[in-house]
Write a protein that binds this ligand. Structure first.
Ligand code: NAP
Length: 512
């Protein structure tokens, strides 16, 4: 169950949001009385309530806005109990002054906006002494391991416990607490009006993470990055899980670099079965995994981890496989197009096709490394160019290929040009790493940038009659391979492509 918190300055707004949430299917609503700015009329808010409520009134030190006297606040909480509200939230330190009465259930709460204290189990034990129906313990995550410590409280006793962390590092624990057995979690009415740091909206909880459908059987996957908020992987994987009717969920974890090792060892304890790994962890994870595929050790980076109870953590690089598959699929289409009128026999387009190609790689970062490695190992002649020449040379040396100065990139006679820089990425839509006049007819142009899909480079390449591969193609293929590794099932590639395109460019699909 999700408890949706409403905090508005006026009674009228509070009542309207409450009614709206009931229409949306909310089963429990928290009325934050401390937000009301005028003289509080409790009867007006709860007298004719459309569904069950938790009444709470937070002091400043607990993250609330209550401006009145403490005595008045406690009278308010007692009045709510006397009116038979379903739940009243009572802070641990005043629990003994507010006695049980009638049918109202007591939520005994503890909030910490600074940290997750070392003695959190002691605090939990102390709270158990206060005649609680439900315990609510909410702390701030300063490192990802705080999430696990809080989640473990839920299984410590038989008293139903809501325990999770605040802050962006703590956000996933707001979802995981349900799988660990918390009676409910908290969400906000609207994502732009969070009442606590790291809170998710009711819509995100229901639509993106399907909180109410999660249970002990749910398989958990995650993406780790720092920052992680921009990642499209939760949207893509969660929608694919839903479309396939799978009891699986995919969560975003912000993991600072210094916490990576501890986080990876906590994953199995949090029930996490697999990870997508992105910036800045793609190289650092190699220090912690038990086994890595050959491409990972040779590239020096991975982007996928599976946790196997016997083999430990296994690392793959689906960027490498996805880039190679995208290029080979486009050469296959080219051969089909050439033979479609029957005048040219269809060429064989296995991996052999790359042996006769020269590829120009723009960039020498993570994506460039994976793609240059893939093309080089498939037999292509690879030329690397990069803004910082030293990095281009280092990559070229490691792959035994050639580097050219960035200013000379247009001189290279390439069959395949791959942009592995962020040039052209939103919001720099008018930038391209290549001048249009140097895009020769028939050259294949691959832009790894996926937002937008139609970058200036891709648009100009099409105008010059080049064949093109977009960053969406690569992104979907790497995610599809992760889906296959995570689930053991064939990925629904077409619907994954459609999901990505809709999310990158919703305006194009508005009329659907
Ligand atoms: P990275 O490791 O940070 O490398 C960035 C590269 O771009 C470096 O070589 C950097 O050159 C170069 N660069 C950055 N800004 C530049 C500029 N203004 N002019 C010229 N060169 C510039 O990043 P990455 O992980 O490789 O990602 C690079 C791109 O690939 C991003 O756009 C990312 O979205 C895309 N990508 C796409 C997928 C996909 O699935 N479609 C997967 C991975 C990455 P210096 O060495 O001089 O700094």
């Amino acid at each position: 169950m999700i408890c949706v918190s409403i905090g508005r300055g006026r009674h009228k707004q509070m009542l309207a949001e409450h009614a709206h949430l009931i229409e949306e299917g909310a089963e429990l609503v928290e009325l934050r009385l401390d937000y009301i700015r005028s003289a509080l009329n409790l009867r007006r808010l709860i007298g004719d309530r459309p569904g069950p409520v938790v009444v709470s009134c937070r002091r400043h030190e607990d993250g609330g806005l209550w401006r009145g006297h403490e005595e008045a606040r406690q009278i308010l909480l007692r009045s709510a109990i006397a009116t038979d509200v379903e739940y009243v939230d009572i802070e641990e330190d005043i629990a003994s002054s507010i006695p049980r009465f009638g049918k109202t259930k007591r939520i005994i709460s503890y909030h910490n906006f600074r940290q997750t204290p070392d003695n959190i189990e002691e605090i939990h034990d102390r709270m158990l002494q206060h005649d609680a129906d439900i315990l609510k313990i909410v702390t701030t995550a300063n490192q990802p391991s705080d999430n696990l410590r809080m989640l473990q409280l839920i299984r410590r006793t038989d008293v139903p416990t809501v325990a999770f962390c605040m802050g962006d590092i703590g956000t996933p624990s707001r979802i995981l607490c349900g799988i660990f057995g918390a009676p409910f979690t908290y969400a906000t009415f609207h994502h732009e009006r969070t009442l606590a740091p790291g809170q998710l909206s009711y819509t995100e909880m229901v639509k993106m993470y399907r909180y109410c459908e999660l249970n002990e059987e749910t398989e958990v996957f995650a993406v780790i990055a720092d920052p992680v908020g921009h990642s499209l992987s939760p949207m893509l994987h969660n929608r694919t899980f839903v479309q396939q009717g799978m009891n699986r969920v995919y969560l975003p974890f912000r993991v600072p670099e210094e916490d990576l090792g501890q986080f990876l060892s906590d994953c199995p304890k949090m029930g996490i079965k697999g990870l997508s790994v992105t910036i800045p962890h793609k190289e650092a994870i190699l220090d912690y995994v038990s086994w890595q595929e050959r491409a990972v050790s040779e590239i020096g980076a991975g982007n996928t981890i599976l946790f196997d109870p016997e083999k430990g953590s296994i690392c793959y690089n689906t960027d490498y496989h996805a880039a190679l598959a995208s290029v080979l699929a486009e050469y296959e289409r080219e051969a089909e197009d050439e033979s479609s009128d029957g005048r040219v026999a269809k060429r064989d387009t296995g991996i052999e096709v790359l042996k006769e190609k020269t590829a120009l790689i723009l960039g020498a970062g993570g994506a460039a490394k994976a793609i240059a490695y893939a093309l080089r190992h498939a037999g292509a002649t690879v030329v690397i160019t990069n803004r910082t020449e030293g990095r281009a040379r280092a990559l070229a040396d490691s792959l035994k290929c050639v580097a050219v100065n960035w200013t000379l990139r247009h001189e290279v006679k390439a069959d395949l040009i791959v942009n592995c820089t962020p040039i052209g990425m939103h919001p720099n839509l008018n930038e391209s790493p290549m001048e249009k006049r140097h895009l020769r007819r028939g050259v294949m142009v691959f832009d790894t940038v996926y937002n937008p899909e139609q970058t200036l480079l891709i648009k100009q390449a099409r105008e010059q009659d080049c064949r093109t591969i977009t960053g969406i193609e690569m992104f979907v293929r790497q995610a599809a391979m992760q889906f296959q590794l995570f689930t053991g099932e064939d990925p629904p590639m077409d619907s994954m492509r459609e999901t990505m395109r809709r999310s990158i460019n919703p305006a194009r699909f508005d009329d659907d």
